[in-house]
Design a protein around this ligand. Structure first.
Ligand code: CA
Ligand code: CA
Length: 502
């Protein structure tokens, strides 16, 4: 992906220099990040297409089809012997897996055997923004604003999580669907390629590694001492290119590009957005806006769709109330399902999430309270969410809380979530397997569930008394009433004939 697969933003002569990995991160041993039990093969769950979509120095990108759901994913197949530092690869995977945002490509799971590490990710088959720019010779301000705003939402989230991307460029922005299937001003953009991403802040000091793609890299990166504001520069250059059809610098050597970028980005001549580009590409890194400030800029904030009707707010209030009272086991399982759902099934939830996102990529409780303020129960809902330790809602939580049974009770999604939780593929979910999923999905809101508590939760749904949850019991759990007041459990696959009302 990105540079590795060949791109015209990279300069061949400097390929080695620019793809050189950052120095090893010091610290204690790397925690386990490979999600699946070692020994499990990607082929068990997916049909892997033979033809490579792209090839890099140490990896091949392939398309794969989920055997149960038919969902199309992509896989980065990394040859272990070609990776000089596996620990850094683990850091990259861990960082990407921790990202939970509608405009950051989702990492579903990883498989590992003797020779390969297979990283399974969401498929975005609409092509990258660079191709779009090259095809069109430049985007209209409306289209550019729509696409660019999504990059800023992703970046603002990342920076609030203290993660810097370090390789923002049009090729690393991909469209979820081909533009034929969607009007560009409604297109869904995802940020990809975490090869240079890393944590910053928390006393880690300034960033040092000289890395990125020359045309887009901020001048101060060359000094070996910089901050996350390097992403803002690269985004400014990206916006320039979206609007003008060409990057602001044209040269075939890093030295010449560096000389040019030290002079600053030339005037884009793009009217209302010109000031924004200049601000983002200020030579003084500290004077550049944060991604959140960019989102608040007049040019971009005009494109923000706001929550419009009261009905939506009532729906949200009901959903949040159910979510706050939900059995933690069901909540964790819904979380697992929400993570694998296709964007097209949750489009409206994403839009509402974005309209409520204050710019940090999460929804704060204050914003939630305002959104449901018309509901008589607003205060009690918010305090019960707070009681559970929830201070803000991230994207997957938001989807879990608001997704409706008719959306998630599809056989494919349920099987997929079950497969992911049933790590040893025994066909049953054991207490330790549940503890793991609870730790991953919403441990903060479960008050630290220990094994004894997990056992009690399992017992509630373990109809045949074998101490584990089989798929049938799992469906019962998902279809179980969310709250004591909900008396009409949904049973997805045992549909009784409906009788007409008298
Ligand atoms: Ca199992
Ligand atoms: Ca059982």
């Amino acid at each position: 992906m990105g540079c590795v697969d060949g791109c015209n933003g990279c300069l061949g002569a400097f390929f080695g220099l620019w793809r050189k990995r950052p120095p090893a991160i010091s610290g204690e041993g790397c925690p386990e990040i490979l999600v699946n039990t070692p020994g499990h093969k990607v082929h068990d769950a997916f049909r892997v297409k033979k033809r490579a979509l792209g090839k890099g120095g140490f990896s091949t990108v392939k398309r794969l089809i989920n055997r149960k759901t038919g969902q199309v994913c992509v896989m980065k197949e990394v040859r272990k012997s070609a990776v000089s530092n596996l620990r850094l690869l683990q850091e990259e995977v861990k960082l990407q897996a921790s990202m939970d945002h509608p405009h950051i490509v989702r990492l579903f799971e990883t498989f590992e055997d003797e020779n390969f590490i297979d990283i399974v990710m969401e498929s975005c088959h609409g092509g990258d923004i660079l191709s779009l720019i090259e095809k069109s010779g430049g985007l209209t301000p409306t289209d550019a604003a729509h696409l660019f705003r999504q990059l800023m939402l992703a970046l603002s989230y990342m920076h609030h999580c203290q993660v810097v991307h370090r390789d923002i460029k049009p090729e690393n922005l991909v469209l979820k669907e081909p533009t034929e299937q969607t009007v560009l001003c409604r297109a869904n953009v995802k940020l990809i390629d975490f090869g240079f991403a890393r944590k910053f802040g928390d006393g880690q000091g300034r960033l040092k590694t000289i890395c990125g793609t020359p045309l887009y890299v901020a001048p101060e990166v060359f000094t070996g001492s910089y901050t996350e504001k390097c992403d803002i520069w690269s985004s400014g250059v990206t916006l320039f290119q979206m609007l003008c059809g060409q990057p602001p610098f044209k040269a075939d050597s890093v030295q010449v590009i560096l000389q040019q970028s030290r002079q600053g980005v030339p005037k884009s001549g793009t009217g209302a957005s010109e000031g924004l580009v200049s601000w983002m590409c200020d030579l003084r890194a500290d004077a550049r806006p944060s991604a959140q400030q960019v989102l608040e800029s007049s040019w971009l904030s005009a494109t923000n769709e706001r929550l419009s009707n009261a009905e939506t707010s009532d729906e949200i209030a009901t959903n949040l109330q159910n979510f706050s009272e939900m059995n933690p086991l069901k909540r964790a399982c819904l979380n697992a399902i929400a993570h694998v759902m296709e964007d097209s099934d949750i489009e409206r939830l994403r839009q509402t999430f974005e309209s409520l996102d204050s710019g940090e990529g999460t929804i704060s409780l204050d914003t939630l309270r305002k959104a449901i303020s018309k509901s008589a129960d607003a205060d009690s809902i918010c305090s019960s969410l707070t009681k559970d330790g929830c201070r803000e809602m991230d994207y997957t939580d938001w989807v879990s809380a608001n997704v409706q049974p008719q959306q998630y009770l599809k056989e494919g999604y349920c099987w997929e979530a079950f497969r992911i939780i049933d790590k040893d593929s025994s066909g049953k979910i054991s207490v330790p397997e549940l503890c793991q999923v609870l730790a991953r999905h919403g441990a903060s809101r479960c008050g630290g569930l220990d094994e004894a508590k997990c056992e009690r939760l399992v017992a509630e749904f373990d109809k045949n008394g074998d101490g584990e949850i089989d798929f049938d019991e799992f469906l019962d759990l998902l279809g179980s009433p969310s709250t004591a007041s909900d008396i009409s459990p949904v049973r997805p696959f045992r549909v009784k004939p409906m009788r007409d009302a008298p």
